[in-house]
Design a protein around this ligand. Structure first.
Ligand SMILES: *[C@@H]1O[C@H](CO)[C@@H](O)[C@H](O)[C@H]1NC(C)=O
Ligand SMILES: *[C@@H]1O[C@H](CO)[C@@H](O)[C@H](O)[C@H]1NC(C)=O
Ligand SMILES: *[C@@H]1O[C@H](CO)[C@@H](O)[C@H](O)[C@H]1NC(C)=O
Ligand SMILES: *[C@@H]1O[C@H](CO)[C@@H](O)[C@H](O)[C@H]1NC(C)=O
Length: 402
């Protein structure tokens, strides 16, 4: 997220209490393998607010001591802010969504709401198959784009927090108010075959945001949105991104990092076989110019195609959106062992490769191999500041690493 409002939204706030009354859960439990939300009173008319029905179906599945499925039939279901909490008796709950969940009609319904529209917290073994989430973010974006000071932050459309063994498969997310999908403090989460879309001008609508999590896999997905296609926050380890196509967006971004001194590092990230078209950045690592104990190490970018991308390869350790409120210090984040292999295509900026690293903590172990980036039909340029590493194979523009 590049919009200044990000800074009030660094960590996802949890403000909804968990649905925890065991008696209520037990009462809702129906000894069946399929919990159809319409059997709990949900209406597919796009208007009747079905939040309670969804929570009751969740309570039934969560208290059922065996695998079960929550079914959302086709049609439009109006659902308000909802939090599905674990722990559950079952370690295997499937949401089969054939229809569309629509958020409350405009942002005033989310007023003073921070955090998430649909949140799963502390769950283990939840899978979501199919479905569309429509966050109806446009009135909030208008407020933000008009520079309104009293615009709420808005809500991320779907978040998994403190969860394990999660699958999100075949889901479509459109027009989120804020991030589309958030994975926070979770382990072993697979996001596959998802489709994310929001206008290129929609502020803060990152496609998939991962932080404080390990073992997240994102594959076979298509993301066109107004902010980062995928953003990787502090404390992310063992992240695998493969076969993702990013249309208009701000590209695939590690960071921004290093705003807070005690922030956790990012380690072992693989980005492979991605296509970036018309994005504001390609493969980016960005840190604030502030003291920090953070780090980024062990990142592999392997096989990427760029089509008219601004800044296809970029490390920016002086990240300061809008050039406001930045300290002018050198970044404390240590960046090491980052490799770029087989990155080709067209840059929309003359400088196609830019490593602007910290004077105090130069980037080390950068490797460039088989890079072929041109600026329109002309040779592109590379720019280096405090960047150490090696180039091999054909590298255009020629490397400036030392
Ligand atoms: C409970 O299960 C029965 C079948 O066993 C089903 O007919 C009924 O609709 C279910 N009720 C709810 C609320 O899911
Ligand atoms: C959950 O249960 C379903 C149906 O019983 C099964 O196909 C699936 O593999 C299970 N998933 C996990 C993660 O155990
Ligand atoms: C949003 O809802 C509020 C309250 O219902 C209403 O006053 C306002 O006009 C609506 N805004 C839009 C853009 O629909
Ligand atoms: C790095 O992460 C991948 C998953 O993305 C995992 O398979 C691999 O074991 C990790 N490597 C190390 C050294 O932990």
């Amino acid at each position: 997220m590049d919009h200044p409002q990000r800074h009030v939204f660094q960590l996802i706030l949890l403000i909804l209490p968990c649905f925890s009354t065991i008696a209520e859960a037990a009462a809702a439990a129906n000894q069946t393998l399929i919990h159809d939300v319409t059997a709990f009173g949900a209406k597919a008319d796009g208007e009747t607010v079905s939040t309670k029905a969804f929570l009751s179906a969740w309570a039934a599945a969560c208290s059922f001591p065996a695998p079960s499925t929550i079914k959302v039939p086709s049609g439009f279901f109006a659902v308000g802010q909802v939090k599905f909490c674990g722990p559950c008796k079952s370690g295997n709950i499937t949401f089969q969504i054939d229809g569309t969940l629509v958020a409350p009609s405009n942002y005033t319904a989310f007023y003073e709401v921070k955090g998430n529209w649909i949140q799963f917290d502390g769950v283990d073994g939840v899978s979501i198959f199919g479905g569309t989430l429509n966050g109806r973010g446009s009135s909030l974006w208008s407020c933000k784009l008009a520079g309104g000071r009293n615009c709420p932050d808005g809500a991320a459309s779907l978040a998994f927090t403190n969860s394990k063994e999660v699958v999100i498969s075949g889901l479509t997310s459109i027009d989120s108010e804020l991030y589309h999908i958030v994975i926070d403090r979770s382990q072993r989460v697979t996001v596959e075959g998802v489709k994310v879309s929001a206008p290129a001008t929609s502020p803060n609508t990152d496609g998939i945001h991962v932080q404080m999590s390990a073992g997240v896999i994102v594959t076979d997905s298509t993301i066109d949105t107004g902010d980062d296609c995928i953003s990787v926050g502090p404390g992310t380890r063992d992240l695998w991104i493969e076969k993702v196509s990013c249309g208009p967006s701000h590209g695939i971004s590690i960071g921004s990092l290093g705003k807070e001194p005690g922030e956790q590092g990012v380690e072992n990230v693989t980005v492979r076989s991605v296509l970036l078209s018309g994005t504001e950045n390609g493969l980016r690592i960005k840190t604030w110019g502030s003291p920090s104990d953070g780090f980024v190490r062990g990142v592999t970018f392997d096989h990427a195609i760029m089509k008219n991308v601004r800044n296809p390869i970029i490390i920016d350790q002086n990240y300061c959106p809008n050039e406001k409120g930045c300290s002018d210090q050198s970044s404390g984040v240590k960046i090491s062992d980052v490799s770029y292999r087989d990155i080709r295509g067209s840059s929309a900026t003359l400088v196609a490769v830019s490593f602007d690293c910290s004077a105090m903590n130069p980037c080390s172990g950068i490797s460039l191999q088989d890079i072929d980036l041109a600026y329109e039909d002309q040779p592109a340029m590379a720019s280096c500041n405090h960047a150490e590493g090696l180039a091999s194979g054909l590298v255009h523009p020629p490397s400036c690493l030392h």
